[in-house]
Design a protein around this ligand. Structure first.
Ligand code: X90
Length: 285
C-alpha cells in the first residue's frame, strides 16, 4: 500500500534537554529544558545556559541542589502546530519527564483530534536519546505511515545502548537516583564507576582505578554488549581527553566508524559531574 503524506504536514521531534542538543543543531528538532537549582541560583537547561558558569557555581556551592523536569505546558508549547509529534524523554525510572510528556500528549490529542503523538521513554538519557532522534529523522524522511515509524523506532530501541564512566555519584545519590551505599563505594580519589543503563536505571558494573583503566573497561563493555562498528555518540563533562581516548579505541578496530563527541549540557553536566563521560552506541551492523 502506498502511503501519501500531505505536502503541508507538520512533523515535530521534541526531546528534553538531557539529550544535550542545542537549538539549531538539528533542524526540526526542538527541546524542552529541565532545570537545575540550588538555594542561591536557578539554571534553565536551554541553549542560553552557560554550562561553565553553572559548573563553577556548583563547585563552590556546599548546600542542597536538585533538578526538575519540564512542565506539561512546556511540552505542549513545543507540540503546538504539529500533525505528528515524536517526543523522546529521559528514562521514566529516574525522572518525571516522561509522565509530563504523556499528559501533554493526551491534552494535545484532545485539543487536536487528528493529531498523532508518540512519547518514547528512552529508558536512558543523553547520547542514546540522540541516536533515537537521528533514527526518527531518517524514518520521517522515508515515505512511512505514523504506525510504521512507531514500530520501527520501537524496534530500533532494542539495538541501542548507553554506558558511562563517572568519577562521582554524589549528585545522583543526593537526589535519590542511586543508593547512597553505591555512591560511597567510590568516594576515593581516582576511582571510577563504569556502568550501563539497564531497564531504565543506572546499573554500576565495574570499579576502575584511574582513567585509562576506566576507558578500556568502557570499551570492553561496549564490545560485550554487542557493539560491532555501529554509531557512537559521546558526551562528557570537562573531559574531552577521555572521550577522544574512547573514540581512539573504537577507531583502532572500526576505522570508519561514525563517532561524534560533544560536551554535556546542564542536566547531564549536573549528574555526570566533573570528568564524567557517557557513550551511546548502536548495534545495527
Ligand atoms: O526529573 C529530573 O529532575 C531529572 C532527573 C534525572 C536523573 C538521572 C540523570 C542521569 C544523567 C548519568 C549517567 C548515565 C546514567 C544512565 C541511567 C539510565 C547521566
Amino acid at each position: 500500500m502506498q502511503i501519501m503524506k500531505e505536502y503541508d504536514m507538520n512533523i515535530k521531534i521534541v526531546t528534553d534537554s538531557s539529550a544535550n542538543l542545542l537549538d539549531g543543531m538539528m533542524p526540526d528538532v526542538s527541546t524542552v529544558p529541565l532545570k537545575i537549582t540550588t538555594s542561591e541560583r536557578d539554571f534553565v537547561d536551554d541553549s542560553q545556559l552557560d554550562v561553565e558558569d553553572m559548573l563553577a557555581h556548583l563547585r563552590q556551592y556546599k548546600g542542597k541542589s536538585g533538578t526538575a523536569c519540564p512542565s506539561v505546558a512546556e511540552w505542549l508549547d513545543q507540540f503546538e502546530g504539529a500533525d505528528w509529534v515524536f517526543a523522546v524523554t529521559i528514562t521514566s525510572k529516574l525522572s518525571g519527564c516522561y509522565q509530563s510528556a504523556c499528559i501533554a500528549a493526551q491534552t494535545y490529542q484532545e485539543q487536536n483530534p487528528d493529531a498523532k503523538v508518540l512519547v518514547i521513554d528512552s529508558l536512558s538519557t543523553g547520547p542514546e536519546m540522540v541516536l533515537l532522534v537521528e533514527k526518527l529523522r531518517e524514518l520521517i524522511a522515508e515515505d512511512l505511515s505514523f504506525k510504521q515509524i512507531c514500530d520501527a523506532i520501537t524496534e530500533y530501541q532494542n539495538h541501542t545502548h548507553l554506558i558511562f564512566s563517572l568519577e562521582s555519584l554524589d549528585n545522583l545519590s543526593k537526589n535519590g537516583r542511586v543508593p547512597v551505599a553505591i555512591a560511597k563505594a567510590i568516594g576515593f580519589l581516582g576511582l571510577r564507576i563504569v556502568g550501563s543503563a539497564l531497564d531504565g536505571n543506572l546499573h554500576p558494573m565495574h570499579k576502575c582505578r584511574g582513567e585509562k583503566r576506566a576507558i578500556s573497561q568502557l570499551w570492553q563493555s561496549a564490545e560485550e554488549m554487542g557493539f560491532r562498528g555501529g554509531k557512537v555518540r559521546i558526551t562528557h563533562t570537562h573531559n574531552p581527553d577521555a572521550a577522544e581516548a574512547f573514540a581512539a579505541l573504537v577507531r583502532e578496530k572500526y576505522p570508519d566508524c561514525d563517532i561524534q563527541i560533544s560536551g554535556n549540557r546542564g542536566l547531564c553536566g549536573f549528574y555526570c559531574e566533573q570528568g564524567g563521560i557517557i557513550v551511546g552506541f548502536s548495534c545495527e551492523n
